[in-house]
Each structure stands twice: as structure tokens, then as C-alpha cells.
Write a protein that binds this ligand. Structure first.
Ligand SMILES: [Zn+2]
Length: 227
């Protein structure tokens, strides 16, 4: 259950049934099972928080979210409302059902000790990273143990709320965020999924506005007014 009071948290009364409602603290990993037909709403409580996300299918952990299949089949370089998320087997596994941010990245990858060293400086190597979060959750989280996941299941990721524009010259920029407090993105699961999130701890680029903050994760069965 939620442990902090925040004005940007979702109004719980709008949902038909809430399966799970949690806060992931700044910089921490988070993991859950998401059943087919359920929704996952990710709320950027303080704004400008990058949420690095992996999706793995429950029926076969070798099948997972694929950035290349998703970009090719959507014919778009950014993710937004209506984007279909495809697996490495070319199957649609989820849809971005709702989105109040407007743009999400899947080109920039997840930060790691190694990428920090290459992009910034050698002394950033020991800094907390998304890859560390993924490895930590895969080693210890009960959902990872249930599905016998390990570091081999770290694949391409989505960076929800992260602004990585492609320049006219074809370069990627890690730019100031376009999200704001209370903005959210919502996935609809088309198959049974495992969701692994790193609430990015990065301090060397503006993806978190140099200030990692908590997010709210809410799994539900639909919004009342939609029925
Ligand atoms: Zn990160």
C-alpha cells in the first residue's frame, strides 16, 4: 500500500478494482506480475523522473519487450498513447492505453556503471545505476525467483517519462524532461507479463532533473467511467 501522502497520487475511487497500489522510492527497483487484461498505471509523482522498464512474458521468459520490433512495427521513434509494445517474437504484448506525458523513450537504454564511465567520468563507476537495480531485483525479488529469472533476462528497456530527442543530424540527446508532477502513463497487458522497473537513480544527466524522486505504481482492472 501507499506509504506517503502526495497530492499527485491517483484518486483510487475512479478504478473498478485495485489489484496493487505501491510507491517505489527514488532510485529503487520494483517488480510485479501483471495479468492479461489488467492495467499498470505509472505515476510520476514529482515530475521529470525516468522510469526504466523491462517486460518479460510469463509463459516463456525468453520472450520479452523488444525496442527494435516496437520501433519498426509502430514506425515511430518515440512511444506515446496508442503505441503497441512488441516482443522479440514480433507479438504484441502490451499497449500504451493512456498517457498524459506525451512522449517516452526506448532508444537511450538503461544506465549502468559501464555507460556512466563512458559518458561521464571514471569516478562515476561506483554510482547507483539502473542495471544495478535490475540485477538486484532479479537476484532477490520473489517474482524473479518464482519465474526463475536472472541477469540473462535483462533486455532492451523503455524509459517512461524520459525525453531523448533525435536531432536533425540523427544524434540522441538526453534532454530536460517534459513530464510534470502527477503525469502518468498506463499500460494494458495483452498477455501475462512480469514487469521490472528501475526508478532511475542517475545523477549525471537531466533525465531525472538531477533529483531522483518516487513514483506510484497502480495495477487495476479498468476505470469506472470507461465501462
Ligand atoms: Zn538509469
Amino acid at each position: 500500500m501507499a506509504t506517503v501522502i502526495d497530492p499527485h497520487m491517483a484518486n483510487e475511487s475512479i478504478f473498478k478494482e485495485i489489484i496493487l497500489n505501491e510507491i517505489c522510492p527514488a532510485g529503487e527497483p520494483w517488480m510485479c506480475e501483471l495479468k492479461q487484461g489488467h492495467y499498470l498505471r505509472i505515476i510520476d509523482l514529482k515530475g521529470n523522473q525516468a522510469v526504466d522498464t523491462l517486460l518479460v512474458t510469463q509463459h516463456d521468459p525468453a520472450e520479452r519487450y523488444s525496442a527494435t520490433d516496437t520501433l519498426a512495427l509502430n514506425q515511430a521513434v518515440y512511444l506515446e498513447k496508442g503505441s503497441v509494445l512488441y516482443s522479440n517474437f514480433g507479438r504484441s504484448i502490451a499497449v500504451i492505453h493512456d498517457d498524459t506525458c506525451g512522449r517516452h523513450d526506448t532508444l537511450g537504454g538503461a544506465c549502468s556503471c559501464e555507460s556512466n564511465t563512458v559518458r561521464y567520468a571514471h569516478n562515476t563507476y561506483p554510482m547507483h545505476s539502473c542495471r544495478n537495480n535490475f540485477m538486484h531485483a532479479l537476484a532477490l525479488h520473489p517474482v524473479a525467483r518464482k519465474f526463475q529469472l536472472n541477469v540473462r533476462h535483462i533486455g532492451p528497456n523503455i524509459n517512461f517519462f524520459m525525453n531523448v530527442p533525435v536531432t536533425p543530424q540523427g544524434h540522441l540527446m538526453f534532454d530536460d524532461g517534459i513530464s510534470a508532477p502527477g503525469k502518468y502513463v498506463e499500460l494494458y497487458a495483452e498477455v501475462d507479463l512480469i514487469v521490472l522497473i528501475s526508478n532511475c537513480p542517475q545523477l549525471n544527466n537531466p533525465c531525472n532533473a538531477y533529483n531522483p524522486t518516487p513514483i506510484q505504481l497502480l495495477v487495476h482492472t479498468g476505470v469506472r467511467s470507461e465501462s
